[in-house]
Write a protein that binds this ligand. Structure first.
Ligand SMILES: Nc1nc2c(ncn2[C@@H]2O[C@H](COP(=O)(O)OP(=O)(O)O)[C@@H](O)[C@H]2O)c(=O)[nH]1
Ligand SMILES: [Mg+2]
Length: 394
């Protein structure tokens, strides 16, 4: 993979130059406009960062997939649900048509999406009437759990388990059922443990990924500030947002003494990390974008290739609809995140959504956020925080 920048009077002009030099198979990683006020010539220009697979010149020219209607379908693997043609898959097919070299990867995404859709359908399935109706106290706790965001199936499984574990079985009190449910949920809640040793020599590089507006930039500051996270270590935040950093990040830098580097381009990353080699922790904040945006995933993969992060935290907002969250997560999961940061607990009435999220994405929780205040509204992942919120009214 080769990465190179080109400039031109306009985006098409810069792309044309890139194509002339690197051929048709280029991938646009980044583009930004340099305003006239900042150029020597006094004219605005556009800069693009391009990647190209150097082996691609010998590769067979790519053809878009042909959808044949009358052909006999290929035999299907028994356990793999096949995605059906609908609006959603048409959108994905559109992406496929634009990203020739990642066609294999995109097929995997489709399969994962189909699998996720099946799981989501199960999550939202209505409870079937039980042959033996649940005792009233269990029914009430089950209703409370689903109301607080646990998936129907997960909550039913928990209640069945509670029934087996409570001493009084059908006659157990609500308090007793809740106590057992709490214990079981505590075991399901997985926590990411930070290495907080201030003397640790090896530098840790953390990459933050996630959809637009979920709270990545705010999380970068919160992680840098919290004493039980990286607050006691020498931290630098690298912002790769081409539009610069938020004022909040600049103010935080002044207040907390954290180094903040802004508008760092892909081709500057190696040199910047080399310059920052004495910092104990580098937190790299990425600009949010829809995971469906063409080339966005390729760009994030390129960050990972260059930075070789020790941890990739996927930031997800608790106020998101679970269905949308799982669909966009399917893309981000391809980047193999190591842990979750759950934000905006203050903006949900269903804190229990944390459990289906942890369960479906099979990731531990690094940190949880409940507001905009950098120095206050954050804590490392822990089950009690979520469980207290689920059961506070009971
Ligand atoms: N209520 C609430 N707002 C938050 C939280 N985390 C971030 N925000 C706000 O959400 C908005 C987007 O956050 P930002 O960090 O810029 O998101 P990014 O696009 O992922 O970098 C900002 O207004 C933040 O102050 C949180 O835990 N709770
Ligand atoms: Mg941001």
């Amino acid at each position: 993979m080769k990465v190179k920048s080109f400039t031109g009077n306009s985006l098409p002009d810069a792309l044309l130059k890139a194509k002339q030099e690197l051929g048709e198979n280029i991938i646009l990683l980044e583009s930004r406009e340099i305003p006239a006020s900042r150029t020597k010539t006094g004219k605005r220009f556009v800069e693009v960062t391009i990647s190209v697979d150097e082996r691609s010149e010998q590769a067979k020219p790519w053809q878009p997939p042909v959808l044949t209607k009358n052909k006999k379908p290929a035999p299907q693997a028994a356990s793999r649900p096949q995605p059906q043609e609908n609006d959603f898959t048409r959108v994905i097919n559109n992406i496929l048509a634009r990203k020739p070299k990642e066609i294999h990867q995109e097929k995997q995404i489709l399969e994962e999406l189909a699998e996720l859709r099946r799981q989501i359908a199960q999550l939202s399935q209505q409870q079937k009437p039980a042959e033996n109706p649940l005792p009233e106290n269990y029914r009430q706790v089950l209703q409370h759990l689903t109301g607080k965001g646990l998936g129907q199936e997960q909550a039913e499984r928990l209640i069945r388990r509670a029934y087996q574990l409570t001493e009084k079985g059908a006659n157990a009190s609500k308090q007793e059922i809740i106590r057992v449910c709490r214990k079981e949920l505590e075991r399901e809640f997985r926590v990411h443990h930070f290495k907080t040793d201030a003397k640790e020599k090896k530098q840790r590089v953390i990459l933050l990924i996630g959809a637009t507006g979920v709270g990545k930039t705010t999380t970068a500051m919160k992680l840098a500030a919290h004493p039980a996270i990286y607050g006691k270590r020498n931290v630098a935040i690298i912002s790769t947002d081409p539009y610069g950093t938020a004022d909040a990040l600049k103010a935080f830098s002044r207040m907390n003494g954290t180094a903040v580097l802004e508008k760092i381009r892909m081709d500057e990353l190696t040199e910047v990390t080399e310059r920052l080699k004495d910092y104990q922790v580098l937190i790299v904040d990425t600009p949010g974008q829809s995971p469906f945006a063409p080339n966005y995933m390729a760009k994030l993969e390129e960050y990972i290739r260059i930075l070789k992060p020790d941890d990739i935290f996927m930031v997800v907002s608790m106020n998101a609809d679970l269905k949308d969250l799982f669909i966009s997560s399917a893309f981000f999961m391809l980047l193999k995140p190591t842990a979750l940061v759950l934000t905006k607990f203050d903006e949900t009435s269903q804190p229990g959504k944390a459990f289906p999220i942890i369960h479906e994405l099979n990731l531990p929780v690094a940190a949880m956020c409940e507001g905009k205040r950098v120095f206050i509204d954050v804590q490392p992942g822990n089950a009690d925080y979520v469980l207290d919120r689920i059961f506070e009214t009971e």
